[in-house]
Design a protein around this ligand. Structure first.
Ligand SMILES: Cc1cc2nc3c(=O)[nH]c(=O)nc-3n(C[C@H](O)[C@H](O)[C@H](O)COP(=O)(O)OP(=O)(O)OC[C@H]3O[C@@H](n4cnc5c(N)ncnc54)[C@H](O)[C@@H]3O)c2cc1C
Length: 393
């Protein structure tokens, strides 16, 4: 029999928490509240995403960012969760909340293909994993260079000797892509943070800011032997992205192939987070229209064909918001990114290409949806700190 941790606080073991249960009684001498010591759930176990978690609050009508900000900075209590949070109406099964152990996070209902499961969080904040991205004009304009090179579909049509200026139209003209990208950036540009939109972006293929082609010697020579031995320019390392030797391969352009950047995918995500986490509280109609069109734009113009083929599942079927609140758009792309993270090749295979086959999946990966090559879930509060620059008042 578990001790009553309501009447005897501190009675639970260190790997347990106190779950409170209430029952109605008119008898004044009755103990109407009882505390039960419940063990934390371990990796792979099922769980309840606590109501005190700001992400679960997103399903509720959040009146203002004040509330959201308060929730995101609040330290969720790990010792108390009322059964009322999940209590059924009379005649239904009683569901008891369960909490993940320290270091784990519950996916709740956020990932459509995964039941609520305790998973490892993707760590940030170490030497090679910045916890805060400084969103500056220079950074966004650099991201923009990747967007301008999107829409490159025929990756298997090598043109020997092609250079930076030789990207072909593939479906849409280059001019149309450039016009669309400039519209997206100019309409979503965080003017309150960075001042006015600096004007239409052009490809910088010459001068000191020009990228290198991924097959040029001066690029391949710059890779560490670790990066070269793995996938060269395709190598990504989500655990230590900035490590010079083992981290992500530096940017380059697949000049002889589709003309896209090697880091187009992560840069698309980074742009979407940097822009949506810094939207105004109430977005304009122009911003609303652009945001609504982004998933369709990606479905048509992402250079990664596998990713493009999943856009309907990963972004559109997730429910493109119909909200005019900036925070709802930040939440949507945060959630979509986690959905993609859960099943991306990098997460599962430790590589940008599972067929490359250098890494085996962990032995127990097929037993449970909580075991992956790399931790992939980024919690809402972590994403907030990473991307949001305006204090939410
Ligand atoms: C729209 C889209 C769809 C894609 N679909 C697929 C697919 O179907 N299959 C596939 O294998 N790959 C897919 N990718 C690629 C994949 O998502 C990664 O971009 C790629 O694996 C590189 O991973 P990364 O770890 O280097 O960085 P990324 O996961 O791209 O992350 C970029 C940055 O965002 C941060 N971040 C990570 N998660 C979150 C989050 N939830 N919220 C806020 N910030 C976060 C990271 O710390 C990093 O700073 C897709 C990419 C895009 C843009």
């Amino acid at each position: 029999m578990s001790p009553d941790c309501f009447r005897s606080p501190g009675a639970c073991e260190s790997d347990q928490w106190c779950q409170l249960e209430d029952r109605e009684s008119w008898a004044e001498t009755d103990n109407t509240t009882r505390g039960r010591c419940v063990s934390y759930q371990q990796l792979c176990h099922s769980c309840t995403r606590a109501a005190s978690d700001p992400s679960s609050a997103m399903g509720l009508p959040v009146q203002s960012k004040t509330l959201l900000a308060a929730l995101s900075v609040a330290t969720p209590s790990r010792s108390f969760l009322s059964v009322e949070d999940t209590s059924p109406t009379f005649g239904q099964y009683l569901e008891r909340p369960t909490l993940c152990a320290s270091g784990l996070v519950c996916t709740g209902g956020l990932i459509p293909t995964v039941p609520a499961t305790c998973v490892l969080e993707r760590p940030v904040g170490g030497v090679d994993t910045p916890a805060v991205v400084q969103v500056t004009s220079a950074l966004l304009l650099d991201y923009g260079q990747r967007w301008l090179r999107m829409g490159a579909r025929t990756a298997y049509d090598a043109r020997v000797g092609a250079g930076l200026d030789d990207q072909l139209p593939q479906g849409a003209s280059r001019e149309d892509i450039h016009a669309a990208v400039n519209t997206i950036f100019s309409v979503l540009w965080p003017t309150h943070l960075l001042g006015p939109w600096p004007g239409d972006m052009q490809l910088s293929n010459a001068g000191p800011d020009a990228p290198l082609c991924c097959n040029w010697n001066n690029y391949t020579d710059s890779l560490s032997s670790f990066q070269s031995e793995r996938q060269g320019a395709s190598w990504r390392n989500p655990m230590h992205p900035a490590n010079r030797k083992t981290g992500n391969a530096p940017p380059c352009v697949w000049c002889e192939w589709d003309g896209a950047y090697n880091d187009e995918n992560p840069t698309i995500w980074s742009t979407l987070h940097a822009l949506t986490f810094n939207l105004p509280d109430e977005i304009s109609e122009a911003q609303y229209s652009v945001l609504r069109s982004v998933p369709v734009f990606l479905r048509q113009h992402l250079s990664c064909s596998l990713c493009r083929s999943h856009i309907k599942e990963h972004l559109i079927d997730l429910g493109v918001p119909t909200s005019r609140r900036g925070i709802d758009w930040a939440y949507y792309f945060w959630r979509a990114h986690n959905f993609v993270n859960e099943q991306s090749e990098v997460t599962r295979c430790g590589s940008m290409d599972c067929q490359w086959g250098s890494w085996n999946s962990p032995a127990d990966a097929t037993l449970c949806s909580g075991v992956y090559r790399y931790p992939w879930f980024m919690d809402w509060s972590v994403a907030n700190k990473m991307w949001m620059h305006t204090p939410r008042h």
